[in-house]
Design a protein around this ligand. Sequence first.
Ligand SMILES: Nc1ncnc2c1ncn2[C@@H]1O[C@H](COP(=O)(O)OP(=O)(O)OP(=O)(O)O)[C@@H](O)[C@H]1O
Ligand SMILES: [Mg+2]
Length: 321
Amino acid sequence: MNNDLREQPEERLALQSPPPTLEAQTETPPQQQAGPAPRIRARGAARERTHTGGRAIVVTSGKGGVGKTTVTANLGAALADAGKRVVVVDADVGLRNLDVVMGLENRVRLHSLDVIEERCTLDEALVRDRIRRSLMLLPAAQNRDKDEIDPEDMLDLVDELQEKFDIVLIDCPAGIEQGFRNAVGGAQEAIVVTTPEVSAVRDADRVAGLLPGDMPARLIINRVRPRLVRKGTMMSVDDVLDILRLDLVGVVPDDREVIVATNRGNPVIDISGSPTGAAIRRIAARLLGEDVPIPDLTAHEPWFARMIGSLRPSRPSAKGS
Ligand SMILES: Nc1ncnc2c1ncn2[C@@H]1O[C@H](COP(=O)(O)OP(=O)(O)OP(=O)(O)O)[C@@H](O)[C@H]1O
Ligand SMILES: [Mg+2]
């Protein structure tokens, strides 16, 4: 078996020949050049695919706390609702929290390292979602280190998952260290999550530059606050796209309901009328190839929406993406 994670020269390669619906834009501004970290090798280029299974998509960001785990959990649920067999993989070894966000922490008994070290089978480690039968979680070890996972083992794990599921969503740890390389090395597609903040965008650009050259990479801009954008105190979607030049797959408004739902272990997509939930459902549809337009969050709201918003001053108002 070849090693997919062989180090690459430190040049940034443009994304090459992505499928039409996944097309990522091809250039990154020269001022955003990646540093010395090696680019991860494209998985397909180094490794003969042994099956015709599902898609493996890594959700990554560089900067911590921008919403990777929230997006993974909710997108997983939305894709399951769309009829797909979905597994979400917590690749944040040592700092797992995908199980908490999904409200499954009490059901976790085993984890991916138990599978890798052959203490249990993959089926035994998988935890079924409380609500959706076709959604499963593969938890990460909590008291182990990211470096303890061998990239080859991670690849084998994801390969096996792809045989069983239509979509494998991999929740990547923050940073660009071993945990990032393991998570990305197992995938064939990437979703880069950023918030509209300079530091997050810069890290997202760095991460995008480390992805394999032929890996389709799409962008989610999370926690957008339309009023701040209109006031000019928050970066707009266009500002972010000027820097990142990735294929935008969705814009998710900032919404305090996310925090409330997450604390309860409930998906925000299940909250009726939640603009954030609606935005994530639309992202799921786009990922499945549907042509769903991305509405302009910052378009002026009708007077009644502004009035309702003014009655709830602590809650950021957004209309969804
Ligand atoms: N659209 C949103 N609106 C409001 N809060 C959000 C939104 N998205 C995420 N959050 C909140 O932001 C915090 C960080 O989210 P999350 O844990 O998903 O980030 P992360 O990128 O996975 O972090 P880490 O890098 O530490 O793994 C959480 O409290 C979450 O509830
Ligand atoms: Mg996380």
